[in-house]
Design a protein around this ligand. Structure first.
Ligand code: FPP
Ligand code: MG
Length: 335
């Protein structure tokens, strides 16, 4: 089963999609694809078959998303916690990933035709080396595609991602690229694995579990969260429409919360800059009073320098991450 499913929606699906599209549509939807093993048990299948059906459902869901103009999808494919499952299941999931990323490379022309960019978010170092290399190859192959985005969270948890972002900022301070006072909510967001994506508008968890299980905790503070009882391999177009409808019903309050948060963030940054500048002026002016215009100019100058510093740091971080992927790629090329 391939990543890209061709095919149009049927008449009634198309009709429903058009009605939904008259309202505000989520641009980025995240899925916790839960319930594969329960589905397998109910069907008297091996648990791995449940995961395989789960992958097939992902491909089908991507097709629906495309027809619903949802340009970005993020899925929880393998949590760091999942390493604690039986060796057979973990090995089976690694084999499934190997098979699917190989398939992805086979399908590169089709992915290019549809403009699909695949990103993998997580700590790849925890994976077998051959899988790391395969993933690096897949990610680099689709890197320049820009019509739609699939983020596969693999060897991922949100707390790990946030901790890693904090470590990256500490590295930046250590290297003298940024100052400790440059650390902010905005900068932390830029250091997450998900920094290239807008936050999800809608997060869907299947199988009736009503928790986030350490998935995108930072990114979904202003997202619509929908829990659905259906097991992931049984997910349908209608389940997706139901979730979108619920997003549309809460759209106004979500937008309001997002706007308020954005304003609050900007004020927080201004306040932080003001404090640093006041201290600098105090220090350099030997405690003499500073007129309002000079204070304003200093503030403006400081904000510009801070932004330049932060952008340099983010470029260095991107270079570090790109080098990791390129290194894995060249190892495979040499092999
Ligand atoms: C949760 O169901 C699902 C997983 C831990 C794995 C999900 C993986 C896929 C759908 C395949 C994706 C593969 C690639 C390469 C993208 P569960 O095992 O927790 O089931 P349960 O809740 O019924 O026990
Ligand atoms: Mg589960």
């Amino acid at each position: 089963m391939s990543w890209i499913r061709e095919g149009e929606l049927n008449l009634i699906e198309r009709f429903t999609a058009n009605i939904l599209k008259a309202g505000p549509m989520p641009k980025h939807v995240a899925f916790i694809m839960d319930g594969n093993r329960r589905f397998a048990r109910r069907q008297n299948m091996e648990c791995l078959k449940g995961h395989m059906q789960g992958f097939n459902k992902l491909a089908e869901t991507l097709r629906w998303c495309k027809h619903l103009d949802i340009q970005e999808v993020t899925v929880y494919a393998f949590s760091i916690e999942n390493f604690k499952r039986t060796k057979d299941e973990v090995d089976g999931l690694m084999d499934l990933a190997r098979e699917k990323f190989l398939k992805l490379l086979d399908e590169r022309e089709n992915l290019e035709k549809h403009g699909v960019c695949i990103r993998v978010l997580g700590d790849l170092n925890m994976l077998p080396l051959d899988l790391q290399q395969l993933i690096a190859k897949a990610v680099l192959t689709t890197k320049s595609h820009d019509k739609c985005f699939l983020n596969v969270c693999f060897s991922y948890t949100s707390r790990y991602e946030i901790t890693n972002a904090v470590r990256e900022m500490a590295w930046g301070v250590e290297q003298g690229l940024i100052k400790a006072s440059d650390v902010s909510e905005t900068l932390l967001s830029e250091c997450l694995y998900s920094s290239n994506s807008p936050n999800p508008d809608l997060l869907i968890r299947t199988s009736g579990e009503v928790r986030l299980s350490d998935f995108l905790l930072w990114q979904t503070s202003h997202s619509c969260i929908v829990f659905q009882s259906v097991l992931w391999p049984e997910y349908s177009f209608w389940n997706l429409c139901d979730a979108i409808l619920r997003y549309q019903l809460s759209y106004k309050s979500i937008q309001k919360a997002r706007d308020l948060h954005r304003e609050h963030q900007a004020l927080q940054q201004q306040e932080a800059d003001r404090e640093v500048v006041a201290e600098l002026l105090q220090h350099h002016g030997n405690g003499k009073p500073v007129d309002a215009q000079r204070r304003q100019d200093a503030l403006q100058h400081y904000a510009t320098c801070r932004e330049e510093r932060v952008q340099d740091f983010l470029r260095a971080l991107k270079h570090k991450r790109d080098s990791y992927f390129n290194g894995l790629w060249s190892e495979t090329a040499l092999a």
